[in-house]
Every structure is written in structure tokens, then in C-alpha cells.
Design a protein around this ligand. Structure first.
Ligand code: TIU
Length: 218
């Protein structure tokens, strides 16, 4: 049992995937999508070390790992005009930036940061939206592997992490969110998003810390 709120979480490692959401240069480094929205991207850096530690532990145990990347096709045919319109004060999605075209697949800024680079054996899901399930094969891939639990990490807490937890919840997955492994540009929204997950008896899932997960793995 992992110490968690609102109650302990019964971790079944063989049936649990570690999901790392959108730890991309476009969100964590200067000149990418996060900054184009007007955000201080340095806010997210604190998540890197705990996610890295969890990732290494998960790999050492040979357990399932899924990485996601938010981004669009180079021709932007999968980009809703409504999202494009709200994607930048100045350059937005598809426009040129210091790390290549913003939030476009294959560009340097779209890549996962070097510290958390996926191994060739790990699943990488390219998603055009906020949630990792929408317009992707994630649910099918998890079902085929007998996965029913998710440890959800990454950025940002109230946007892509939360959308993914909600989508997973409706598809029957139990979601555990380690609070030090998720980050936001807005501390107040981060806190509210975590509070929402564990409210009402765990309406969307469980909230814990990476230390509590490590104490069970060890
Ligand atoms: N803007 C913001 O906080 N997040 C996103 O747009 N995408 C993700 O959270 N990955």
C-alpha cells in the first residue's frame, strides 16, 4: 500500500504504467510553446529530478513506461484553428522559434528533455490535444498489456496532467499522482488541481509523493 490521499493506494506494479506527460523542451525551455503563452518556464524544473528518479526505478524493475508529447503535424492539419488562435502572444503553434517551429513534431523544441529521454523500448504517444487518450492509441496499448493503474507525472498539473487523469478515470483506470512529479506555471492552479483529484473520496484518483512510492518499491 502506498501512503496517499484520500486513502492508501494498492499498487500492483505489474499492472501499473508510469506515464510521463509532455516533458518537452517546448514546455520547459525558453523560446517554446510554454513561453509563447506568456509563462515563466523555469517554474517546471523542480519536477525533473523526482521524475528521473522514478523513471530509473521503474526501468530497473522492468515495468511499463509511457511518455507523451503534445504536438502537431508539420502541415498543421491536426491543429484546430481555435487552438492556433490561442497559442501565442506573438509566435504561436507552427511558427518559427529558437527551438524550431513551435509544438510541431520532429522539431527540436518538441523533443522530450535530454534528462528524461525515452529508451527505444518505451512507448511514446504523440498527442494533438491535452489529454493523452484523445486521438491516440494509448487506451488500446494499455489494455493489451493488462494495465489498470497509472502513475501520472509531468506537466502541467492543471492542463495536460489533469485532462489525462480525467480521461483515464472515465476509462476505468486508477490514477496515482505524485505531487512532486507534476508541475505548473501557476502554484495556485497546481494546488487546486491536486485538491480536485483527491476530493470527494478520490473523485479522480489518489495524490501521493515520490518518496511514498519509493518506500513501497524498496
Ligand atoms: N499551457 C499549459 O499549461 N499546458 C499545455 O498547454 N500543455 C500541457 O500541459 N502539456
Amino acid at each position: 500500500m502506498v501512503t496517499a490521499e484520500p486513502k492508501p493506494f494498492r499498487l500492483v506494479p505489474a499492472e501499473c504504467a508510469l506515464v510521463v506527460i509532455d516533458m518537452q523542451r517546448d514546455f520547459l525551455e525558453r523560446g517554446g510553446f510554454g513561453e509563447s503563452l506568456g509563462n515563466d518556464v523555469s517554474q517546471l524544473r523542480s519536477t525533473v529530478a523526482p521524475i528521473r528518479a522514478l523513471l530509473h526505478a521503474w526501468r530497473a524493475l522492468g515495468l511499463a513506461v509511457v511518455h507523451t508529447r503534445e504536438g502537431h503535424r508539420p502541415d498543421l492539419t491536426d491543429l484546430p484553428p481555435s487552438k492556433k488562435e490561442r497559442s501565442g502572444r506573438g509566435p504561436g503553434i507552427g511558427d518559427a522559434g529558437p527551438m524550431g517551429r513551435i509544438l510541431v513534431r520532429g522539431e527540436p523544441g518538441h523533443a522530450i528533455i535530454a534528462e528524461l529521454a525515452p529508451l527505444p523500448s518505451e512507448t511514446v504517444i504523440d498527442k494533438p490535444g491535452k489529454g493523452a487518450f484523445w486521438a491516440t492509441e494509448l487506451h488500446t496499448m494499455l489494455q493489451n498489456r493488462g494495465i489498470g493503474q497509472l502513475i501520472v507525472t509531468g506537466v502541467t498539473t492543471e492542463v495536460c496532467v489533469h485532462t489525462t487523469v480525467r480521461e483515464a478515470n472515465d476509462r476505468g483506470y486508477d490514477c496515482l499522482v505524485p505531487e512532486d512529479c507534476v508541475g505548473s506555471y501557476f502554484p495556485e492552479l497546481h494546488a487546486a488541481a491536486l485538491a480536485m483529484i483527491k476530493s470527494q473520496g478520490g473523485i479522480f484518483g489518489w495524490v501521493t509523493s515520490s518518496a511514498h512510492i519509493f518506500s513501497v518499491l524498496n
